[in-house]
Design a protein around this ligand. Sequence first.
Ligand code: SAH
Ligand code: SF4
Ligand code: F3S
Length: 479
Amino acid sequence: MGREESRAERLRQQYYIERMRDAVLEETAETGRAPTYYIETLGCQMNAKDSEKLAGILDEIGYVPASLEDTADFVLYNTCTVRENANLKVYGHLGHLNSVRKKSNPGMKIAVCGCMMQEPDEVQTVREKYPFVNIVFGTHNIFKLAELMYRMRTEDRMVIDVWEGTDEIIEDLPAIRKYPFKSGVNIMYGCNNFCSYCIVPYVRGRERSRDRADILSEIRALAEDGVVEVMLLGQNVNSYGKTLDPPVSFPELLRDIEQIDGIERIRFMTSHPKDLSPELIDVLASSRKICNHFHLPLQSGSDRILKAMNRHYTKEKYLQIAGELRARVPGIAVTTDIIVGFPGETEEDFLETMDVVERVRFESAFTFIYSPRTGTPAAKMENPVPEEVVKDRFNRLLARVQQIGQEESGRDEGRVLPVLVETVNHQDSRMVTGRLTNNTVVHLYGDASLIGKIVPVRLRESKGFYYIGELCRREGQAG
Ligand code: SAH
Ligand code: SF4
Ligand code: F3S
């Protein structure tokens, strides 16, 4: 779909937004209150970003956020299917919503969308076992929410609209940002890597990069709106722009974003080791705004397993990149994702993973037990690792990862570093909580007026995975 068609689709959706808005106004006049919505988001930053767009559409229609899920007029589940337990969570919640609907909120409408709904078997399960669900849609057509809600009002059955794939990128969707001062920005959608364990390419479709100009104008608008930190989102940001005409590289895009006034911090995820260019490390080393944090998923340290995972790099290559990052960008935090118990993983393979953990000393690592996903090549592989063996390896890995993380995270104790203050502290309302550029959490005394500001903080005490800090007023305050 070209630019013109995308614009036409946006106008078509505007029509449904207006129709729905009229209906909501009428309803509000009758009931004396605006209808409410509640969005539950599971999964990764992609889903979080999609939920902001869905909230943006609901806001345009005239819905307001509900304080509690159980009292909402419209509940939307944005699902994830990357591991089996993500799916189970959704069905548990749907059961709960059904009993709420029966007992106390008969008018509640329920929609399920996101990655899990891209799988026909899951849609079938919803259809059969959760017939009270009103709308089902997928990842490729979230911009159609108003139209689907319009259909829900007029059709007396479950509205199901799931697209198998798309080459469409709809620009200029409204969004309600969760934070006024930071925002995720999609730079690409989908994934072409087909790591053998991973469902994402099947539920998010082929890789599509957004035009550089669209990304830059979105970020400029965000900056004008008070955003100081952007997180560039893609499953494999290192291959950004390769298929654009003319091609653009990820480092080039970063250089452009660096020039935007008002943006103080740039983050990105995720970086695939196979496409990481020396140019990217150059940009990182010379940038003033790119944060001191690099998320570089390892998955496994065994060359044999990496090959079976279709990851296209070796342990050696990974170690070389991590080493270069540490050498060229002083103080950088390197974090990772690791899967334990991939089919055929031996103790020897596992020890290779542990060896990488020892050598790279990750500031933090997300560790996952391999979960077979129907339709992926790995799900058909032989030699599943017995559950007790996986659990034992997982526990050994987790213990080591946590210990190293704790040792590394205290290293800035006593220093004064900039903190972007994000929220009032959840436990102590006299305190606020923010992050260093390396993503470490810092709690400090201060009030809500600091939220969204980047302030110098003395890191008084390391508490393992976070610091207790103190606001320094003597230095020039940024932000
Ligand atoms: N695009 C990112 C990862 C997206 S999924 C990348 O390539 O790194 C986030 C993480 O979930 C992955 O890094 C992987 O560690 C984990 N994961 C994906 N599929 C999984 C599966 N089938 N079982 C267990 N963990 C999985
Ligand atoms: Fe999944 Fe691999 Fe794509 Fe990441 S790069 S989303 S792990 S297929
Ligand atoms: Fe989950 Fe979809 Fe993200 S499967 S991890 S929400 S892309």
